[in-house]
Design a protein around this ligand. Sequence first.
Ligand code: PMM
Length: 287
Amino acid sequence: MSRCHPSGLPEDLLQLDRPIVIGVLNVTPDSFSDGGKHFEGTSAVEHGIALSRDGADIIDVGGESTRPGATPVDVETELSRVLPVVRALVAAAVHVSIDTMKAEVARECVAAGACLINDVSGGRADPAMYATVAEQDVPYVIMHWRGHGAVMNQLAVYEDVAGDVISELSDQLQAAIAGGVDPDSIIIDPGLGFAKDVDDNWQVLNHLTEFVDLGYPVLIGASRKRFLGSLLADDSGRPRAFAERDGATDAVSAIAAASGVWGVRVHNVKAAVDAVLVGRAWARGRQ
Ligand code: PMM
């Protein structure tokens, strides 16, 4: 089980002896489960502080929805959404990561105090990203990604899902390192729900230890996603409401922690901290 921390992580988090819990804070009008809820700056900051009090180690601030069919935003719009929130949370001594596919947004937010760059495209959306990351001393999340929200559902075609995702993620890793990114700063993420049909996600999760065995810290973002909504659908096939998917999210977080992941990215932080503690204890019982 490899769960060592990436280089560049804030000192106090390096001491943590359980998987990291990252709280989701979408400052967007249209994200899939909390879009519009925290669109106003002050409510976003208050929610970020509340997540931090609930036990989130890092708050992941995003200003562009990545859901299928979402409208892309330009750099200025994204920065105007995220930068004030990043600044206010950093001023409140909260660790912040920036969820962006844009190098300029990443650079500005790290300058404002963000301690991690979470790029769901893993460098594939912006050719300037690797060079920008190489200049920062913060960890960098490389997520498996095949294309933007407008097309990603059409791209969910695999021969062998887990094998294909591992191979494509390895290509992204190689490109990042060739582009100057410090390998010790990299976190990998299989990208649940991104160009993946419902069953594809379960296959990826079933092979989670193979991702862990690649030797990089692994982050998992299952929280409230469609594959959980489908699993919990009612008798008429209607997916479970977003806010009622947290029990299933916690179950995934516990099993992921027992499988050796480095961190989970979730909407409901309190129960997720318990879930990763269960997973850690489970894994220790095995040793
Ligand atoms: N999922 C979403 C957004 N950002 N980042 C990482 N690293 N991994 C994910 O799975 C991920 C992400 C989409 O979910 P949201 O709309 O709830 O933020």
